[in-house]
Design a protein around this ligand. Sequence first.
Ligand SMILES: Cc1cc2nc3c(=O)[nH]c(=O)nc-3n(C[C@H](O)[C@H](O)[C@H](O)COP(=O)(O)OP(=O)(O)OC[C@H]3O[C@@H](n4cnc5c(N)ncnc54)[C@H](O)[C@@H]3O)c2cc1C
Length: 478
Amino acid sequence: MSDRVRAALAAALSADAVRAAEPHELVEPRGQWQGRAACVALPRSTAEVAAAVGVAARLRVPVVPYGGGTGLVGGQVMPDGVAPILLSLARMTAIRDVDPAGGTMTVEAGAILSDVQAAAAEAGRLFPLSLASEGSARIGGLLSTNAGGVNVLRYGTARELCLGVEAVLPDGSVMHGLRRLRKDNTGYDLRHLLIGAEGTLGVITAAVLRLYPRPARQGTALIAVRDPAAAVELLGRALAGEGVSAFELISGQGLRFLSETGVPVRQPFADPPAWSVLVELGLPEDADPDARLAAVFEAAVEDGLASDGVVAQSAAQRRDLWHLRETIPEANKRVGAIVSNDISLPIAAVPDFLTAADARIRAAGRFRINAFGHLGDGNLHYNVFPPEGVSKADIADRAADLREIVETEVAARAGSFSAEHGVGRLKVATLERYGDPARLAAMRAIKAALDPLGIMNPGAVLRAQGSGDAPAPQAVSR
Ligand SMILES: Cc1cc2nc3c(=O)[nH]c(=O)nc-3n(C[C@H](O)[C@H](O)[C@H](O)COP(=O)(O)OP(=O)(O)OC[C@H]3O[C@@H](n4cnc5c(N)ncnc54)[C@H](O)[C@@H]3O)c2cc1C
């Protein structure tokens, strides 16, 4: 079968647009899934993507759209079933147009996020999507997972940064949606169906993205806070003024993991505080972000919310503070979590959630918890690690109980079990358990209507038809 698929693709595209999958394309960042592929298709144009999808439909072969391979829920790797075509967008990287006055840019789906940011900067504008994987993640993957990152508080998720989408639908037809309109009420907005669909409804081939003015002056501070409730109070105070672009929560456990695992960072505090927040302001030329951060900090100290802090005095110090935050996932990976959770909650519920979940987990054993993330938009990465000296493999059987604790505490506060990473293959069963039944039925009906052959990334988001059990959730670390 694989030979037939490769030959048909070579005929429809070109011989050099088809190759065998490389090992790194069949695993994901946490190494929990081993994918399979009949081959990798590397189209150069939307027409070639359509031709590749047409071949898949004709031969009834699954298609797994593939961007930078940085997804954290296994959406880009297909471990079982008929070996799929891995449809890579790596050759479709053009920045087709930048329109600073109109505040838009049009890019192909294979463009890497850091290149898109650089092209916007060159035109004097900001494309504000920013996350630690920005040197590898591609626009198609970022839109398909509706990626978040550190600036959601101010600019929104990938969905809010996208005005138009061009995509190849599962029957091989091209949906031409590269519109630059802020207002367009002409029926169902299929752009928003494709965004966040994780490659299950079609292949995004290009997009129109929103640009913003670049903040003229930036200020960054790391502030040690009394507890998560103080962090939430500080967030409210910071948001009383303009220009807060990021507000990240960091736990003492996260800082200790960085030291323990030897990740090279500059620790600003001699003793890691139990909780700290990384705050970033982006303001116009005539404002003074450092003075504002200092004022917020001093008032917080006076009111007993904060005890210590540093305001970056240079671009290098600012980078160091961000490096600290952005390397926490690497330290987590080295320690090895039993379970990791990408959750979101109403912001006011965060302190209570942390108290309740921590208490139940500590009652279950001497586990270590690293909760950190985008407090400004209510998104936490809540990861549970084995006790010191115990390996994750030795207590892997506790994963289901720990996950249950976190998920039930999240559900009790009307939160989400997947804030920014998506459902992929990792959380199919969780979606079935916590998803609203009417919404799930509508999702299945949409999938069946757009992809009646079930070829588009089967098993991601929704259980593949006739596949039995969803893939078992696995222990992951981030
Ligand atoms: C160190 C690290 C930090 C991260 N930080 C964050 C973070 O802060 N916030 C966040 O939201 N995520 C984060 N992620 C997760 C990841 O970077 C995002 O999910 C990203 O959007 C995936 O983009 P990608 O191009 O790598 O997609 P891939 O991993 O290749 O694919 C992801 C999913 O999108 C589908 N897909 C890919 N391209 C297309 C396309 N053109 N059309 C249709 N479907 C497609 C795939 O089939 C798959 O289901 C992080 C990951 C790492 C490794």
